[in-house]
Design a protein around this ligand. Structure first.
Ligand SMILES: C[S@@+](CC[C@H](N)C(=O)[O-])C[C@H]1O[C@@H](n2cnc3c(N)ncnc32)[C@H](O)[C@@H]1O
Length: 296
């Protein structure tokens, strides 16, 4: 995320089909830029290399897994993008299925996995229909020990109730759901200001925030499909949809660092993450993490 080219418009009444088509065109456009900027060669050069996202997530997730961690577990990775996190989960021992609505992203994900000798499966389509898509793509009744999604996910979805139901139906009884994403409080902050000032909505009313921005969150490239629609989801909404879908919440964390530069004045940390400068790190949370389980 950077400074938008035009003022974002809040409270836009857009239907899901129109919003989804715009977002898909934007995500398709980002793929070649991200293939350049995501540091894919590190995976080829070092067989132990993991994405910074997964290397942060694993120690948290593993506390909720059997003693062997991800080894031998079936993992469904929702919104897997170009597969850097998916192959990292595979390198941690999981059998992985990646789901994403961007066909170019999945092609690159498959190419990356193939080049690393990783045997992954890919499901093309909307995360809000993930259960049915897994059935039609991989065969019926495939269920998972872990459903994982992280960093840049639910803001693209209007209907979090539908999202949570997919997760519950993908999990085996006893299976674990893990999400880490940008904190909804972070989403309120005006990234162009020299101090933390809330500008955008925290609470959701079902209507979208419309953005027009050619830049993406990494590298210098630009997209032609600049229009996107995003939805605010307060923490209480995320927790409630997961509970309503029948999951139990096992853990929740809030983090002071992010794997992308949300605002220009964020400082880069030695591990590649970004943080607010100085004492500001205690003012605005960067991420939230929720670990939930489908009861046995
Ligand atoms: C920021 S990436 C998240 C993955 C990961 N953090 C990464 O950087 O590789 C967001 C992904 O969500 C996907 N996406 C957005 N809306 C979607 C939807 N409705 N259904 C499935 N995938 C969607 C995009 O194609 C993109 O690959």
């Amino acid at each position: 995320m950077g400074v938008p080219d035009q003022e974002p418009v809040d409270g836009v009444d857009v239907d899901w089909g129109t919003a989804r088509a715009a977002n898909l065109a934007n995500w398709d456009d980002r793929v070649p830029l991200h293939v350049e900027a995501y540091g894919l060669t590190a995976f080829l050069e070092d067989p132990r290399h993991l994405s910074t996202v997964v290397s942060k997530d694993l120690p948290v997730l593993e506390k909720h897994l059997p003693p062997g961690g991800l080894a031998g577990l079936d993992v469904c990775h929702l919104q897997c993008h170009i597969g850097t996190d998916t192959v990292s989960l595979a390198r941690a021992g999981a059998r992985v299925v990646g789901v994403d609505f961007s066909a170019p992203a999945l092609r690159e994900a498959a190419r990356l996995a193939g080049s690393l000798g990783i045997d992954a499966e890919w499901v093309h389509g909307d995360v809000l229909e993930a259960r049915a898509l897994v059935d039609t793509t991989l065969g019926p009744e495939r269920t998972f020990d872990v459903v994982y999604t992280s960093i840049g996910t639910i803001g693209w979805l209007d209907d979090l109730g539908a999202w949570a139901r997919q997760i519950a139906e993908l999990l085996r009884p006893g299976g674990v759901f893990y999400i880490r994403d940008g904190h909804p409080m972070l989403g309120t902050i005006d990234e162009a200001r020299a101090e933390p000032v809330a500008r955008y909505r925290y609470f959701s009313d079902g209507r979208a925030l419309q953005w027009d921005e050619a830049a993406t969150y990494i590298g210098d490239g630009t997209v032609t499909a600049t229009r996107t629609y995003e939805w605010a989801h307060p923490i209480s909404e995320v927790v409630t949809v997961l509970l309503d879908a029948g999951l139990t919440i096992e853990a929740m964390h809030e983090g002071r660092t992010l794997p992308w530069r949300f605002a220009e004045r964020m400082i880069e940390l030695p591990d590649g993450d970004f943080a607010w400068p100085g004492a500001e790190a205690d003012i605005v949370p960067c991420t939230f993490t929720i670990v939930a389980r489908r009861p046995v």
